[in-house]
Design a protein around this ligand. Structure first.
Ligand SMILES: NC(=O)c1ccc[n+]([C@@H]2O[C@H](COP(=O)([O-])OP(=O)(O)OC[C@H]3O[C@@H](n4cnc5c(N)ncnc54)[C@H](O)[C@@H]3O)[C@@H](O)[C@H]2O)c1
Length: 249
């Protein structure tokens, strides 16, 4: 028996990295998972992995910045699995540049995917969660959005937005038994972060982390699992850093 038997989850950016691990973790607990990604090959491979392990999953190629594509993706989920209980907003991008060296297209890409993508997904699942009087929304933020990181100013801003949005929505949606929480990673060993980790050097980076290692995607997925289990039914509007003590309090 899985702890999420009978539940349906949508995970964005689930083709690789943290999103992939979240999809695998929720499926392993019995949830049916809609794997959402802009990249068809990687997303389909994640579905194959879930299905070959005995789980239930579909891939729906979606660009989260496109409202109508997101709407269709939610409709596919409802057709296939009959509902949606969990939304994990994970898809995001970042540019590592000093703000003075950025150009508007750099910020617009981050704002579109990291902010508008999250709004599109939440807005489209809400009618169904409200009707069912229940839902779990977990937004993947970043410690950059909590404390601000140089070289990541515009990305930090998008993640700060996600954190404030989550707190406000937690207050709006509590009456429908919908919780909204954030998991806030520090540097995590994913394909998206690989170049950055190599350029700074892992040994140098870990010195900023009291637990003296970088996160694995599984560390982040475990925190997401916590927020969607029945045991956390009374927790909403919270931001949980999973970063080995990098940000405390
Ligand atoms: N890796 C880190 O160090 C780190 C640190 C803090 C926060 N985070 C956050 O964790 C989350 C996952 O990061 P990651 O490192 O696994 O990223 P990643 O780059 O390895 O994977 C991101 C996935 O999102 C997909 N994606 C990108 N744009 C999309 C779009 N428009 N529509 C749908 N899918 C899209 C990509 O195809 C990819 O599969 C992000 O929200 C990120 O901001 C990561």
């Amino acid at each position: 028996m899985g702890r999420l038997d009978g539940k349906v989850a949508i995970v964005t950016g689930a083709g690789r990295g943290i999103g992939k691990e979240i999809a695998l973790t929720l499926a392993n607990e019995g949830a049916a998972v809609t794997v959402v990604d802009i990249d068809e090959d990687s997303g389909s491979r994640v579905v194959e992995e879930i299905v070959s392990a005995g789980g239930r999953a579909i891939f729906v190629k979606t660009d989260v910045t496109k409202y109508d594509e997101v709407k269709d993706m939610v409709s596919r989920t409802l057709e296939e699995f009959g509902g949606v209980d969990i939304l994990v907003n994970n898809a995001a991008v970042w540019n590592i540049k000093l703000f003075k060296d950025t150009v508007p297209s750099d910020w617009m890409r981050e704002i579109n995917i990291n902010v508008v993508g999250v709004l599109n997904c939440i807005h489209n699942v809400l009618p169904h969660m409200i009707e069912k009087k229940g839902g779990r929304i977990v937004n993947i933020a970043s410690d950059a959005g909590r404390i601000g990181e140089p070289w990541l100013a515009t990305y930090s801003g998008t993640k700060g937005y996600v954190i404030s949005l989550s707190k406000a929505l937690a207050k709006e949606l509590g009456r429908y038994n919908i919780t909204v929480n954030c998991v806030s990673p520090g540097v995590t060993k994913t394909p998206g972060a690989q170049k950055f980790i190599e350029s700074v050097g892992e040994e140098k980076l870990v010195k900023a982390y009291p637990l003296r290692r970088l996160a694995e995607p599984k560390d982040i997925a475990n925190a997401v699992l916590f927020f969607v289990l029945d045991e956390s039914n009374y927790i909403t509007g919270q931001v949980l850093s999973v970063s080995g003590g990098y940000v405390v309090g």
